[in-house]
Design a protein around this ligand. Structure first.
Ligand code: PMP
Length: 423
């Protein structure tokens, strides 16, 4: 049970429209920050701020130590080694880093070492129909640039991945399989094991979008068995504009960089450049040091709560939310209610209200002080498959309460009559 956690989040104390208390149910888009994260970032700026690496002064030394300690904390949070963590600006950048690195390898920019990443006509890139655009578009572009074919694992009418016939979708020609660990629309948590097993069988790399799982569930990359995983800081209570790519070290060292500049290089002549090892080869330019420090504080904060306790808390709220909306007439819950005893669904509920546009639903919620998300949630193909243009999503985090969930259900119950929809 997570008691008194709300007191750690200063923003949650504010009021919104007409002085109403804030009911923040938009954590799948971005999460609020605990004081510990605000203090870590502010404290770094106040006392240790300087450019990292190669500085010959004390502050540079302290800033570099803070930056690398942050990497170690975030690595530990997902069961990784520090040198396997590349800082990025978020999960989107992390996924692009892998896809663009593969494009560079395909163009012959990475030498022999990068040949496992080189694609061409006849090769297949596999995604799923449930992907966030961040884990779809980079692969579409990679297919276009290399002549490889994009295939996808479909979803059923409830939005669940169809996993019973994987060899149909992950064929012998598959070279990379990129898939979500948890959907930001259905909340369904992917059964990773059969996908990894099939990918290994055909020698394909696996790239996991951990954007929605890492903030809410215990995640251990070694246990998952994937090759790369992207996640973001802002959804796990950390600062904005920071995220990470985890990758197996030998793969990161062989993947060519695709963003170029200072700090990432071993030697530069007027004609050519050689790169440092990972992770530095992927971090050119002045890095997001204070944000890394903040993200590490978020990882430590979540570890302090215990990720099992976090998951159990959210499961409880999810059940109130999902079972509550599922019972409302004229409201369609996307996906099943879920089993409150299992980690099969995140603490979120996306719904379609018959006869009412999601933006109008959002208006009714906002009038009651409820912050939720409306639209396609950057998953247009999934919504299209579900026969919807968009949906209304309530999503939780450690600070969410049963009362928040009930407020959403109650507000939703009033939407159709508010708009005079009776059928
Ligand atoms: N994947 C999923 C499943 C997401 O929900 C999001 C954010 N909505 C992203 C990727 C993109 O993450 P970021 O904002 O860190 O780039």
């Amino acid at each position: 049970m997570l008691e008194n956690v709300r007191d750690d989040f200063p923003l949650l104390a504010r009021t919104v429209r007409n002085g109403r208390p804030l009911v923040y149910l938009d954590s799948a888009a971005t999460a609020q920050k605990p004081q510990a994260v605000l203090d870590a970032e502010f404290g770094f700026y106040r006392e240790h701020y300087a450019a990292v690496a190669r500085g010959a002064h004390l502050l540079a030394e302290e800033a570099t130590a803070a930056y690398e300690d942050a990497r170690a904390d975030v690595a530990e949070f997902v069961g990784a080694a520090p040198e396997e963590i590349v800082w990025t600006s978020g999960a989107t950048a992390a996924l692009n880093l892998v896809a663009n690195g593969m494009a560079a390898a395909s163009a012959g920019l990475g030498g022999d070492a990068s040949s496992p990443f080189a694609l061409g006509p006849g090769d297949e890139i596999v995604v799923t129909q449930a992907e966030h655009h961040a884990n779809l578009i980079p692969w579409q572009q990679l297919a276009t640039r290399t002549g490889a074919t994009l295939r996808w694992i479909p979803v059923d009418p409830d939005g669940a991945l169809v996993l019973h016939d994987l060899p149909t979708y992950i064929t012998e020609a598959a070279r990379v399989v990129a898939f979500t660990h948890a959907s930001n629309v259905t909340g369904l948590v992917t059964d990773v094991e059969p996908i990894v097993r099939r990918a290994r069988e055909v020698g394909a790399l696996t790239v996991l979008d951990g954007c929605q799982s890492v903030p809410h569930l215990p995640v251990d990359v070694a246990q998952l068995g994937v090759d790369f995983m992207a996640f973001s800081g802002h959804k796990m209570l950390g600062p904005s504009a920071i995220g990470a790519l985890w990758g197996r070290k030998e793969l990161l060292d062989a993947l060519p960089p695709s963003v170029y500049g200072g700090g990432a290089i071993a030697t530069v002549t007027m004609e050519e450049t050689t790169w440092l090892e990972a992770p530095m080869r992927f971090e050119p330019g002045s890095p997001p040091v204070a944000q890394a420090v903040g993200m590490a504080a978020a990882a430590r904060y979540l570890t302090g709560l215990g990720m099992d306790a976090v998951a159990a808390h959210e499961r409880r709220i999810a059940h109130v939310l999902r079972s509550g909306v599922a019972e409302l007439p004229g409201v369609r819950l996307i996906g099943p209610v879920g089993d409150p005893a299992q980690d099969d669904v995140l603490g979120l509920a996306s719904v379609a209200v018959e006869g009412v546009h999601p933006h109008d639903v959002g208006q009714v919620l906002d009038d009651r002080g409820i912050a939720a998300r409306v639209g396609h949630h950057c998953a247009q193909p999934l919504h299209r498959r579900l026969g919807l243009a968009g949906s209304t999503r309530a999503s939780t985090h450690v600070y969410s309460t049963e009362d928040d969930a009930l407020a959403f259900v109650e507000a939703l119950a009033s939407v159709r009559s508010f708009f005079g929809v009776t059928a």
